[in-house]
Design a binder for this molecule. Structure first.
Ligand code: GLN
Length: 507
C-alpha cells in the first residue's frame, strides 16, 4: 500500500489517521450505543410477553454478535479483491446507519431487518477501516503501533460516550430516540470519512485493486454496482436467520432451544477445525510450531471475549435487576469498560515499554494467561457482591465498577497484543486467512455468550423481575465463570514455557 505524505503530519502521524480516528469513533458510537439498549429492548419490548424472554433475547444477542464478527471475514475479502477499502467503508457505513434508523421504527419485523443491515454493514466497515489505518504507514514504520493505540482510543471514546447518551435518550424520550441517535452517529462518521477523501488526506490508499475489476460485469452488472445491491439483498436474509428464534410454543423452535444461526455456526466450526488441521499438516515444522501458537492465541481470545461480551447481555440485566444504581441506569453501565480502557491504555503501554527497556516485558503467552486471570478476578468480584446486597437484593454499584476495572486490564493485556502477534506468527501466504480466524474468534465468543446467557436466564411471568428473586442466579453463575476463567488463565500461565519455545524469536 502507498504511504500518504501529501499532507503534513499531525502529532507525528499521517493526517489521514485523524480522519479515520473520528470516522471509527462515530461508527463505534453507533455500535455501542445500540448494543447498550439491545438486550434491555428485547427483554422489555420484543419478547416482553414471553416468560422465556431472557432465553429468546440471549439467542438473538448471541447470533447477532456472531454474525457481526463473522461478516467481517467476507467484507475484508471483498474489499481486498474487488471494492477496495474506501468503497467498502462507505457501503458498510450506509448499511449501518440505515440499520440504526430502521431500529427507530416500532415493530418486531423492523427490529430484525435492522439487525440484518447492521450485520452486513459492519462486515464491510469494521475490518476495512482497521486495514486502512495500517495502510497509512510503510512496512516497518515504527509509528504504526502507536497509530493503532490512538485508533483504539477512538473506538473507546465512542464506546464510552454512546451508552451514556443513547441510554439517557432511551430512558427520557423512549427507546427509538436512543437508536436514532446511534444512526446519526454513524452518519457523522461517514461525513468525517468523506471529508478526508475530499481533502485527499489518504493519498492513494484505499482505492480499488483495479478499475477493470470494478467494471467487470457479473450477471450482466458491473461488480462495483452488483456488490452493493447484493449487500442490501443479504440484509433481509440475515434478518430471517436471526428471527428464526421466533418461538413457536413457549420458547421452543424447530431447532429446539437454538436458532438457525447457532446450528450453522456449529457446522462451520467443525469444517474450520478440519481445515486448520490440514493447514498445520501442510506447513513446514517451523511454520507449524508458530501456527499452532497463533491458533492457541485465537482460542484463548475466544474464551476471553466469551466472558467479556456478556457485558451487553447478562451483566446489563444484572445491573438492571440487582445493582443499586444511583449514578447511571443499566444501559449506561455499558460505558464503564470503554471508560477504563481510555484511562488505562496509556499507563499499560508505558508499563510494557518500561519493562521492555529492562528486558522484563513478559512474552505473549504470559500476558494472555494474566488477561484470563484478570477476567476471572473481575467475575469473582461480582460473585461476592451478593454478600453486600440490601434487603431488596440490590448490590452496591462499586462492585460493578471494580469488575469493569479488572476486566479492562485483562482486555489491554490481550486484545492489542494478540492482533499483532497473529501477523508475526503466520506465514505470509496465509496471513489473511489467519486474520479471518482471529475475527472468527470474536464470532465464536458470542456462541459462548449465548450458552452462558441461556444458563443464567430468568424464567418469569413478570417482565420486571429482579431483586432477591434473581440475585443468586447471577452470583452463582458469576462464580462459575470466575472459576473457569481463573482455571484457563492458570493453565495458560503454566503452559507458557512450552508455548514460548514454540514461538521461536517472536516475542
Ligand atoms: N472493543 C473492541 C472494538 O469494538 C474489540 C471488540 C471485539 O473484538 N470483540 O473494536
Amino acid at each position: 500500500m502507498t504511504n500518504t505524505q501529501t499532507h503534513k503530519d499531525i502529532l507525528g502521524h499521517p493526517q489521514g489517521l485523524f480522519y479515520l480516528f473520528f470516522a471509527e469513533l462515530w461508527e463505534r458510537f453507533s455500535f455501542y450505543g445500540m448494543r447498550a439498549l439491545l438486550t434491555l429492548y428485547m427483554v422489555n419490548k420484543i419478547f416482553e410477553a414471553l416468560s422465556t424472554r431472557d432465553v429468546a433475547a440471549a439467542a438473538v444477542y448471541a447470533s447477532y454478535g456472531s454474525l457481526v464478527y463473522a461478516s467481517t471475514v467476507i467484507g475484508g475479502k471483498i474489499s481486498d479483491t474487488i471494492l477496495g477499502l474506501r468503497r467498502s467503508i462507505f457501503l458498510g457505513g450506509i448499511l449501518m446507519s440505515l440499520g440504526h434508523f430502521v431500529l427507530a421504527i416500532d415493530s418486531s419485523m423492523a427490529f430484525f431487518l435492522a439487525l440484518g443491515l447492521i450485520v452486513v454493514g459492519n462486515g464491510f466497515f469494521k475490518p476495512n477501516i482497521s486495514t486502512f489505518v495500517g495502510s497509512l504507514y510503510k512496512d516497518g514504520d515504527v509509528r504504526k503501533d502507536s497509530g493503532f493505540t490512538i485508533f483504539y482510543m477512538g473506538i473507546n471514546i465512542g464506546g464510552w460516550v454512546a451508552p451514556l447518551l443513547c441510554g439517557w435518550l432511551a430512558a427520557t424520550y423512549g427507546w427509538h430516540y436512543g437508536f436514532g441517535l446511534a444512526g446519526f452517529g454513524m452518519l457523522l462518521g461517514l461525513a468525517f470519512f468523506w471529508n478526508g477523501i475530499k481533502r485527499q488526506v489518504f493519498g492513494q490508499a484505499g482505492l480499488p485493486p483495479s478499475q477493470a475489476v470494478i467494471d467487470k460485469p457479473l450477471l450482466g452488472v458491473p461488480q462495483g454496482i452488483l456488490i452493493p445491491i447484493l449487500a442490501f439483498v443479504c440484509a433481509p436474509l440475515v434478518a430471517l436467520m436471526l428471527a428464526s428464534y421466533e418461538p413457536i410454543a413457549n420458547g421452543s423452535t424447530i431447532f429446539g432451544d437454538q436458532n438457525l444461526v447457532n446450528v450453522i455456526f456449529k457446522a462451520i466450526g467443525v469444517v474450520i477445525l478440519i481445515y486448520l488441521a490440514k493447514v498445520l499438516y501442510d506447513a513446514t515444522l517451523e511454520e507449524r510450531k508458530k501456527l499452532f501458537v497463533a491458533i492457541l492465541i485465537s482460542f484463548f481470545m475466544t474464551i476471553f471475549w466469551g466472558f467479556h461480551e456478556l457485558s451487553g447481555s447478562v451483566i446489563t440485566l444484572f445491573a438492571a435487576r440487582n445493582v443499586d444504581l444511583s449514578f447511571m441506569d443499566a444501559a449506561q453501565t455499558n460505558s464503564l469498560n470503554s471508560m477504563f480502557i481510555i484511562i488505562l491504555a496509556i499507563p499499560i503501554s508505558l508499563m510494557w515499554a518500561y519493562l521492555a527497556k529492562t528486558k522484563r516485558n513478559p512474552r505473549t503467552p504470559y500476558k494472555f494467561g494474566l488477561g484470563l486471570v484478570f477476567a476471572g478476578l473481575s467475575f469473582y468480584v461480582l460473585s461476592i457482591s451478593g454478600l453486600q446486597a440490601n434487603e431488596e437484593g440490590l448490590v452496591p454499584f462499586s462492585y460493578l465498577l471494580v469488575m469493569y476495572f479488572l476486566l479492562s486490564i485483562g482486555e489491554l493485556f490481550m486484545s492489542p497484543v494478540g492482533l499483532s502477534k497473529i501477523t508475526d506468527l503466520s506465514p505470509k501466504r496465509i496471513v489473511a486467512f489467519m486474520m479471518g480466524i482471529w475475527f472468527l474468534s470474536s464470532a465464536y465468543a458470542f456462541q459462548v455468550v449465548g450458552f452462558i446467557s441461556k444458563e443464567l436466564a430468568v424464567d418469569s411471568d413478570n417482565a420486571n423481575v429482579g431483586g432477591l428473586e434473581t440475585l443468586s442466579i447471577y452470583t452463582e453463575g458469576f462464580e462459575l465463570i470466575a472459576m473457569y476463567s481463573l482455571g484457563a488463565g492458570v493453565f495458560v500461565l503454566l503452559s507458557s514455557p512450552f508455548i514460548k519455545k514454540l514461538m521461536g524469536k517472536v516475542h
